[in-house]
Ligand binder design. Sequence first.
Ligand SMILES: [Fe+2]
Ligand SMILES: [Fe+2]
Length: 417
Amino acid sequence: MPEERRAAERRTKLRRTTDRKVTTGSRLDVILDVTRRLMSITDLDALLRDMAEATTQLLDSDRATIFIVDRERNEIWSRVALGTGSDEIRQAVGVGIAGTVAETGEAINIPDAYRDPRFNPEHDKRSGYRTRSLLTFPMKGQNSRVIGVFQVVNKHGRERFTEEDEETLASLGASAAVAVENAQLVAEQRRLWETLIETLAVTIDARDQQTAGHSQRVTRYAEVIGRGMGLAGIELEKLRAAALLHDYGKIAVRDEFLQKPGKLDDAEFAYMKAHAEKTGEFLAHLEFPHDMREVPIIAAQHHERMDGKGYPRGLPAERILRGARIVAAADVFDALTAPRYYKPAYTVEKTLELMDGMAGDHLDPEVVAAVHRLLKDLEWTLESLKHTWPKPSQEVAPAAEGALSERDQAAVKASDG
Ligand SMILES: [Fe+2]
Ligand SMILES: [Fe+2]
């Protein structure tokens, strides 16, 4: 299910819960309900949005903003919704009302913001909104450390926020803090994961200057094709990871084969072909998250063919995963459009012509059709990636005419990239 639809459903559920009249007796139930839902959100932005909405409704107020404390920069930050998206706002810890609460860990509950010298009326001036009552409350994590700040604006039907409102925020804050720390941890792990696989891809591309930047380009092309074919969310993430790592097995191919100009003999070619199997073998050592388990399989299948004559397994078409079919087309697209020592950079027209000839026996015709459909996007992406193409080098002798055309054909037949 697309993330936007999930978020919309969450908000509807949230509204249903908080629309109930919040009596003292039911308050705890409502908070429990809300926090249980917050706990299931691992995307920090989505979490902050939902938390702000829940807080606004629970406290019967105009709006709420959730700030997060950034200890490294000694700042607090939040995202504010704009007409076209959102923007990050930041301010120093100790400055302004929210900054003061982040520093002291003490709530500030004021009936008239304009009477408090710490209040900054700039935002009101720009938006034409009038802030009156303001409850700014610390969100405390482990060891009572302030990890965030709730700021709730304009209590409905009363002059100021009540003690009960503060109690509500105290209860909500305890579990909200756990949800925030959890989401931060997930975000950190995700960043670690993404940079790890990008580093692996850079490592493999660095081994052979002739294929410099190849994995990165294949990934970008695969993303364009995948998105155009309707992949989203985790499916797109799997495709991205598999594309980045598809040639990882080349780490086990000896330099003299990897960098040999001209034609490889049969034994050398067989050795070179082992890289696809090796990709699967090496990646099998990584503990992929449950929903990413297919990544090594997709990556290892990138030289399989629709007619069953591919390698390493010679799988029949029905066993080749869709992600692998997309990576295969992106791989060929880059092998043809980028220069290699045995061939120049082909024009997009020539590339398409060659790919059309490969549709059916080598490549999935549906993916080739998508390449046609998405040509504008692919061309635009190609332009933005030209600077990553291998540099012409004097060290590598140009291949002899005969070898050139044979390798050329090999590129078309098996796309050795
Ligand atoms: Fe490959
Ligand atoms: Fe490749």
